[in-house]
Design a protein around this ligand. Structure first.
Ligand code: B16
Ligand code: MG
Length: 217
C-alpha cells in the first residue's frame, strides 16, 4: 500500500452540485438559440470547459458560429450562471465534505482543488471552505482540459508532493482519466458503472472518512 500525502478534489459534482445551475444557464441560452437541450444532454458537459460545453450545445443544434459570437454567448451564459452562484450558501456543500476535508488537514494530508471551472474561487468563498485548501488549481490556471493531467499535476506541484502519493476525487470520466494520466489513484464519486476505472467508487462523503480511505485504496 502506497502512502497518501495529498488529496485533490474536483469541484462540481464532488464538493457541490453546481451542475444544476450550469444546466439552467445553458438551457436559457439553448432556448434562445432554438436548440433542444435536456438534462441528459447536460451529462455531456460535466467536467468539460465552458467553451467546449458551448461547442457541444451548438453541435446539438447543428449551428456553426464565428469565434467572436461564441465568446459572446459563453459570456452571456456565465452571467446567468453567476446569478445562481451568488445566491449559494454554506448549506449547499455536499453532505460529509466539510468533515472529510477537516479530518484530512488534522492528519497533515495536503488538500488541493483541481477544477475546470473559472468560477471555482468564488464558489469556494460562497461555501466558506476556501480556508480548508492548501492549493487551488482551477480553470484560470490551466491551459489543457481534462483528461489532460495538467490540473492535477499542477496541484501536486503546488503541494510539493509526488503524483503517486496523491488521491484524486472525481465525478466525471474526463476527470478520472486526467487523474490516471497523472499517475495518481482515483476515488470516483457517483455511479460505479460509469466510474468503473476508478480505484474505489463511493456514493458521496456522508459516512466516509479518511481512515476508510487509508484502508480501502
Ligand atoms: P466554468 P469541475 C467543471 O467543473 C464543470 O463540471 C463543467 O460542467 C463546467 O463547464 C466547467 O467546470 C467550467 O466551468 O464555466 O465555471 O468555468 O467539475 O472540473 O469542477
Ligand atoms: Mg466534476
Amino acid at each position: 500500500m502506497k502512502k497518501i500525502t495529498a488529496c485533490l478534489f474536483d469541484l462540481d459534482g464532488v464538493l457541490v452540485d453546481t451542475a444544476k445551475y450550469h444546466f439552467l444557464a445553458w438551457k436559457e441560452l439553448a432556448d434562445e438559440l432554438g436548440i433542444e437541450f435536456t438534462e441528459t444532454h447536460n451529462e455531456l458537459l460535466k467536467g468539460v470547459s465552458r467553451m467546449d460545453s458551448l461547442d457541444i450545445i451548438l453541435n446539438l443544434g447543428k449551428l456553426d458560429l464565428p469565434q467572436e459570437k461564441k465568446n459572446e454567448l459563453a459570456e452571456k451564459k456565465n452571467r446567468v450562471y453567476l446569478e445562481y452562484i451568488l445566491k449559494m450558501g454554506e448549506d449547499e456543500i455536499l453532505p460529509g465534505v466539510k468533515d472529510f476535508l477537516t479530518d484530512l488537514r488534522n492528519r497533515n494530508i495536503g488538500v488541493a482543488l483541481g477544477s475546470a471551472s473559472k468560477n471555482a474561487q468564488l464558489i469556494l468563498e460562497r461555501l466558506n471552505i476556501e480556508q480548508l485548501f492548501d492549493a487551488i488549481i482551477d480553470g484560470t490556471k490551466v491551459s489543457k482540459a481534462k483528461p489532460d493531467p495538467e490540473v492535477f499535476l499542477k496541484g501536486a506541484e503546488a503541494l510539493d508532493v509526488k503524483p503517486d502519493e496523491c488521491i484524486v476525487f472525481e465525478d466525471a470520466i474526463a476527470g478520472l482519466e486526467a487523474a490516471l494520466n497523472a499517475g495518481m489513484r482515483c476515488v470516483g464519486v457517483g455511479d460505479p458503472e460509469t466510474l468503473h476505472r476508478a480505484n474505489l467508487v463511493i456514493p458521496g462523503f456522508a459516512g466516509f472518512h479518511p481512515a476508510d480511505l487509508l484502508q480501502r485504496i
